[in-house]
Design a protein around this ligand. Structure first.
Ligand SMILES: C[S@@+](CC[C@H](N)C(=O)[O-])C[C@H]1O[C@@H](n2cnc3c(N)ncnc32)[C@H](O)[C@@H]1O
Length: 294
């Protein structure tokens, strides 16, 4: 929802924009043009290769000789408050477009998709941390059940966990194809188009990348006692979420800010237009929330 994000965050020339999830630099390019050569763009991503692509794309999107000052940070956005203040800067605009980028899910080697066979990895930062295979092959059954139930909002979590534990006794589950096949063998396909493996893959991706923990840490940086470390007075902050667990966390944090005087720019959650949903199926579950802190 790039058009809505720009309209609600209303960047102005000379402002400092922080992109918590630079991805391929699509949103950041629009903001870079809006803040102009007197402005600053801070690109952040946990995926080093996407961060490099975002930098190149943002530069290419600006008029020759007209790019803003660009900083690139390879970090989890949980660390953004201190990373931004370490640069000696304060943000006028912060935007986070949560989850994974299209090039990550399309690359079988990243192990994010049940549509493409590949190693069962799922890490957005491929340089560190446990993979989905580590979790699936080593976690006690009750913990697997809990993850699949909570993060996947999957009713049949215990049945899936039991199947995975039985299967791994005969050899490690090491590919996305094998995991998807095991889940499909115990979850009936319901009438719709949703693959039975969807919710389990979402759950494992959230767990592998500690997505909710990182989000809570970033949201904590928006609290009244922390804002002045890295945000200018009047800073606009926007989150684009793709599932209810993320949206609930953002809604709660923003409600606290609104109670303390922040302005609810988006008036609750804005959804994607029908035209955008037609062009990009992922937009169906997108929710955009924007507030302006005073
Ligand atoms: C949906 S894409 C962003 C797309 C971007 N807005 C664009 O227009 O190209 C999400 C990006 O956020 C990154 N990401 C996800 N979780 C992150 C985290 N906790 N910290 C930093 N980056 C993260 C992913 O690596 C991915 O590149």
């Amino acid at each position: 929802m790039p058009v809505e994000a720009i309209r609600m965050l209303s960047p102005a020339p000379g402002e400092t924009y922080v992109d918590a999830t630079a991805g391929l630099g699509g949103h950041a390019s629009l903001f870079a043009r809006a803040v102009g050569p007197a402005g600053v763009v801070i690109l952040n991503d946990t995926d080093a290769s996407n961060l490099a692509k975002a930098q190149a794309n943002v530069r290419a999107a600006c008029l020759p000789g007209q790019p803003p000052q660009i900083h690139a940070i390879h970090a989890n956005f949980a660390d953004l408050p201190w990373r931004v203040s370490q640069l000696g800067l304060k943000a006028d605009l912060v935007f986070a477009d949560l989850g994974f980028a299209s090039n990550q899910v399309d690359d079988p080697a990243r192990g994010l998709s049940f549509m493409r066979d590949g190693p069962l990895d799922m890490r957005l930062d491929a340089s560190k941390g446990l993979t989905a295979a580590d979790l699936v092959n080593n976690m006690p059954e009750h913990e697997l059940t809990q993850i699949i139930s909570e993060y996947g909002e999957e009713r049949l979590a215990s049945r899936i966990a039991r199947k995975l534990v039985q299967a791994r006794a005969t050899g490690p589950i090491s590919t996305t194809g094998r995991l998807a096949e095991l889940v499909r063998s115990v979850v009936p396909r319901s009438g719709g188009k949703i693959d039975p493996a969807t919710r389990t893959f979402q759950a494992l991706r959230i767990a592998v990348n500690d997505e909710l923990g990182s989000l809570e840490a970033l949201l904590a940086g928006l609290g009244a006692s922390r804002r002045s470390e890295w945000l200018e007075t009047g800073c606009r902050v926007g989150f684009l979420t793709f599932h209810s667990l993320e949206d609930r966390a953002v809604k709660r944090a923003f409600a606290e800010g609104i109670e303390q005087g922040a302005y609810d720019v988006s008036g609750g959650a804005a959804a994607a237009s029908e035209a955008e949903i037609q062009a990009n199926a992922r937009a169906r579950s997108a929710k955009l929330r924007v507030v302006r802190y005073s």
